[in-house]
Design a protein around this ligand. Structure first.
Ligand SMILES: Cc1cc2nc3c(=O)[nH]c(=O)nc-3n(C[C@H](O)[C@H](O)[C@H](O)COP(=O)(O)O)c2cc1C
Length: 246
């Protein structure tokens, strides 16, 4: 039977990856995660020491909803540590090497870095930090007094970005995925981010919090505030978490 052009194209390009990837060219893979780059670092309570209350998964899925109004009560450092672990925590570094984390990622490329705007967390000065997933630490990025205001403005003045206990910004380091998947990486990066935010929605309930996904932001403004060039490194998704009255 004569094949149509579409079938031939799919067969020829195997999984629809175009051309030869840098991995196939045997170019070295990029680092698994960004380092501290000389920033002041803060240890987070280790994930294995966290004693979080048991929450029934089925009930948590049923109860999940978006929360934009928070009590203003701070998160503890242990609670923040838990949320970071639940969204990007590294469980294993394999021999490939690659990281295996609490969330899935296409090809275990894990192309995301996490920035957080700390508004109300016990023991942390308000400001912008970056999560070092391999070390389970926070690196200070910007503690200027108006950083909160600037980030709220970059998120279309959505006030809960500044009234949350913490606001997460997930940033793609695109080459980590492009190295293997080329153009198709740009689909996987966004799918990966969806898994991360869903874990945050569920994990927020464990700390007596509520979560709101944030996709309405000014890309150029937000990338500039986080010091990203918007091409190789760019914000793909954000979310707020704060304590709530249920
Ligand atoms: C990709 C995405 C982007 C979103 N962006 C925003 C946002 O910028 N601001 C906001 O208030 N809610 C945002 N939301 C939350 C949705 O408005 C919310 O999920 C929807 O109204 C359904 O309500 P529920 O989550 O309570 O079921 C976003 C949700 C998703 C999945």
């Amino acid at each position: 039977m004569k094949k149509n052009i579409g079938q031939e194209f799919v067969e020829k390009t195997k999984y629809q990856y175009l051309g030869i990837s840098d991995q196939e060219k045997e170019l070295p893979q990029p680092p698994l995660a960004w380092g501290a780059e000389g920033a002041n670092c803060i240890d987070l309570p280790r994930p294995e020491t966290l004693a979080m209350p048991a929450v029934d998964l089925t009930q948590a899925i049923e109860a999940r909803k978006t929360w934009r109004k928070y009590t203003g009560e701070p998160l503890s450092l242990a609670e923040l540590s838990y949320l970071l672990w639940a969204t990007q925590g590294v469980k294993q570094v394999t021999s490939r090497p690659t990281t295996l984390r609490t969330v899935p990622s296409a090809g275990a490329r894990h192309p995301l870095e996490t920035f957080i705007l700390v508004n109300q967390v016990e023991g942390l000065r308000p400001g912008l930090y970056r999560y070092l997933a391999l070390e389970h630490q926070l690196a200070e990025v910007c503690l200027e007094a108006d950083v909160r205001e600037r980030l709220v403005a970059a998120c279309g003045k959505q006030v809960f970005v500044g009234t949350s206990a913490v606001t997460f910004f997930w940033v793609a380091d695109a080459y980590r995925s492009v190295w293997r998947y080329q153009e198709r990486a740009y689909r996987y990066i966004y799918l990966d981010a969806g898994h991360v935010c869903q874990n945050l929605y569920l994990a927020a309930q464990v700390v007596g919090g509520g979560c709101c996904a944030v996709g309405a932001y000014n890309d150029d403004q937000l990338n500039a505030e986080l010091g990203l060039n918007g091409v190789d490194h760019f914000v793909v998704y954000a979310a707020t978490v704060g304590k709530i009255n249920t």
